[in-house]
Design a binder for this molecule. Structure first.
Ligand SMILES: [Zn+2]
Length: 175
């Protein structure tokens, strides 16, 4: 089928509406759409599933039913590149999962969504702090290990280290 201006407008309006309904609330939701930041669709969705929903919403005799998936996806990238699908993450902690889930399915009012978004961002910031602390410590333990190896190379080689206290950090992690 020919992708003319009418087709483009219809697809664009569909995607804007779709993002309005399913998208994760963004703090700048009411800002002019041209300058709008990214809207995320839930990770369970895909370009294919959205295309299916698009077709499913059309009347039987609508010529747009002939719009193929590849053309639909191309229009999406051209017209509304700021509507994106959230990448599926399987390594999320419980808190992340709950907050993201609430954001997607439970937040009814804008204030609720804002609050959840704020908590999610705070959680991510804390997680980053923890990760930095962890990385710093494993690195420190590695460096201390090297120093000990340098200091007692012969004893280590002979597997005989006389008792003495060593001022060094070791790092243990448990899963
Ligand atoms: Zn988390």
């Amino acid at each position: 089928m020919v992708i003319d201006k009418d087709v483009a407008i219809t697809v664009k309006n569909f995607l804007l509406n779709y993002a309005e309904v399913h998208g994760l609330p963004s703090p700048v939701r009411n800002v002019n759409r041209v300058t709008q930041s990214i809207i995320f669709l839930p990770a369970e969705m895909s370009y294919k599933s959205v295309h299916r929903d698009f077709l499913a919403g059309l009347e039987e005799d609508n010529t747009l039913r002939a719009l193929k998936y590849d053309a639909f996806r191309k229009l999406w990238h051209q017209l509304t590149p700021y509507i994106q699908i959230m990448s599926p993450r399987t390594d999320l902690c419980d808190t992340c999962q709950h907050l993201r889930n609430d954001l997607q399915f439970k937040a009814r009012k804008e204030e609720e969504a804002q609050d959840l978004l704020k908590r999610y961002k705070e959680h991510l910031a804390k997680a980053k702090l923890e990760r930095n602390y962890y990385n710093k410590n494993t690195k420190l333990a590695e460096e201390h290990r090297k120093l000990i190896n340098q200091k007692y190379p012969i004893a280590i080689a002979k597997n005989k280290i006389p008792y003495r206290s060593v001022d060094a950090a070791a790092h243990y992690s448990y899963d």
